[in-house]
Design a protein around this ligand. Structure first.
Ligand code: ADP
Ligand code: MG
Length: 391
């Protein structure tokens, strides 16, 4: 085999981090890692926009861990994430990265988990805290978490973090952190709020945009399948029954729909689970974990699972409902085709959806492949070839 290009070993990293990367099986940096790690290690504020699945977590995680002073038991670094699932996942990835740094303590805080349990975690004096903003602020206001020694703040999925629901909490947190901090934002998509917050709070930020190229873009083949209200469900079953996909995420727009669809699939004997905002937190964690471990093949979910979540082997994403926001289409389908594996995304499109679909595709600048069901309800491509051999 040839030498790896852009090896991590070309950076000035500590042996513990290099060993951990080796153990994780990573030798070459991804483009976003290559561009941001040196700058972040030099202390710059950064806005980094890079496609989904391109390794943004380690892009900020490596400089973070390099920058910790282990003797200091105060909270030094904070990552804010929009969902509990994503906070947990970042915690797991950074824990793997810290495999050879036993003195490093990482703590994940999110809403829905009992405060008392989190107090126990905080009493262990973590140097790194990964949190959803509301819960972090809660601890700050109770005085159970201090922010006065924080020197690095990361917003993951920055554009969503600055969406209406979060922006107040986020700015309160920023205001509570010493102004000398390093402040970096990572995301797959950006918006005006990111620019505004950057302008207000970042010092001479470096802007890094990694375009989706053939090399780094997730390998996702997109398909659109016409459907209507009456046959949408049976068309979904057709896709599931193909047995082509061992791990599938089905997205709906509402909690209620995710719930009902999952119940219906269950009744018919499919091994599925639901993930949405009405599921209690401990159950949500368990479902996510079991899905990642491959204990069941079908996850029916709302957009709580659309952002950032990295399940290695999602082979197909199905849009049962068309998302209301363009970016969510991108984030949903970005759950597959990660880390250079090939994935497929199907969108069941009703007639009423067609205008929205055009908007989405304009936003995506991509052309999906149109499939259709013939009069015998066999799925075919534009040339008329049956889509699945097996059916
Ligand atoms: P993003 O946040 O950009 O969507 P993630 O950080 O979740 O992407 O990474 C996607 C996947 O790629 C993860 O499974 C991660 O472990 C893996 N990964 C990260 N860095 C590398 C690398 N340098 N080489 C190979 N795989 C990597
Ligand atoms: Mg991410």
């Amino acid at each position: 085999m040839s030498e790896s290009v852009n090896p991590f070993s070309s950076l000035d990293l500590s042996p513990e981090i290099l060993d951990a990367l080796k153990k994780m099986g990573f030798s070459s940096m991804t483009p976003v890692q290559q561009q941001t790690i040196p700058l972040m290690m030099e202390g710059h504020d950064i806005i980094a926009i890079a496609p989904t699945g391109t390794g943004k977590t380690l892009a900020f995680g490596i400089p973070m861990l390099e920058y910790i002073s282990l003797k200091d038991s105060r909270v030094q670094e904070i990552v804010l994430a929009p969902t509990r699932e994503l906070a947990v996942q970042i915690g797991e990835e950074l824990t793997r990265l810290a495999a050879f740094i036993p003195e490093l303590r990482i703590c994940v805080l999110y809403g829905g988990q009992p405060i008392a349990r989190q107090l126990d975690k905080l009493k262990k004096h973590p140097q790194v805290v990964i949190a959803t903003p509301g819960r972090l602020l809660d601890h700050f206001q109770r005085g159970t978490l201090r922010l006065n020694a924080v020197h690095t703040l990361v917003l993951d999925e920055a554009d969503e973090m600055l969406d209406m629901g979060f922006i107040k909490d986020v700015t309160r947190i920023i205001d509570a952190i010493p102004p000398t901090r390093q402040f970096v934002m990572f995301s797959a998509t950006t918006n005006q709020d990111v620019m505004t917050i950057s302008w207000k709070y970042q010092h001479d930020p470096v802007d890094i945009t990694i375009e989706a190229t053939e090399e780094n873009k997730p390998q996702i083949t997109q398909y659109v399948i016409p459907a209507d209200r009456d046959n949408k469900y049976s068309r979904l079953l057709y896709l599931l029954d193909s047995d082509e996909y061992k791990r599938v995420m089905i997205f709906t727009n509402t909690k209620d729909m995710a719930h009902r669809l999952n119940e219906r699939l269950h009744k018919e004997g499919y091994a599925s689970e639901a993930l949405h905002g009405n599921i209690p937190q401990n159950k949500r964690s368990q479902v996510m974990n079991d899905f990642k471990k491959g204990r069941f093949p079908i996850l029916v979910c709302t957009d709580v699972a659309a952002r950032g979540i990295d399940v290695f082997d999602v082979e197909a994403v199905i849009n049962y409902d068309l998302p209301n926001e363009n970016e969510y289409y991108l984030h949903r389908i970005g759950r597959t085709g990660r880390a250079k594996r090939h994935g497929v995304a199907f969108t069941l499109m009703t007639f009423q959806d067609s205008v929205r679909m055009d908007e989405i595709l304009k936003y995506m600048q991509s052309t999906p492949i149109k499939l259709h069901f013939d009069e015998h309800e066999i799925l075919r491509d534009e040339e008329g070839t049956p889509f699945f051999d097996s059916i």
